[in-house]
Design a protein. Sequence first.
Length: 106
Amino acid sequence: MDNMYLIPANSKKSMLIFGLFRKFDLILFLVGVGVSLLLLMILPIDQLLFAIIALAPGLICAFLVFPVPNYHNIRTIIMLAWEFYTTRQKYIWRGWCYKDEEDSKE
């Protein structure tokens, strides 16, 4: 093969269902769609407000599991942003001049 290697572009995709979803994502989506279907049967959808209320759970869950480049999905972005803003951030300097700063303090 003359030192030519074939590396898969996205090897983690094979671990996902349909190459896009985790098990929790599919469960969340199916529960949202199920609640929407139940609300469509219960509520009178001839009024716009009731139609929006009935479709909201399915649309919100579909939005949360929508795939996004560089992240898994919207739910992952929201979880990472929440973790970033609610946890204490402590950054320890370990750069190339770490030893130099330590030597100069002594």
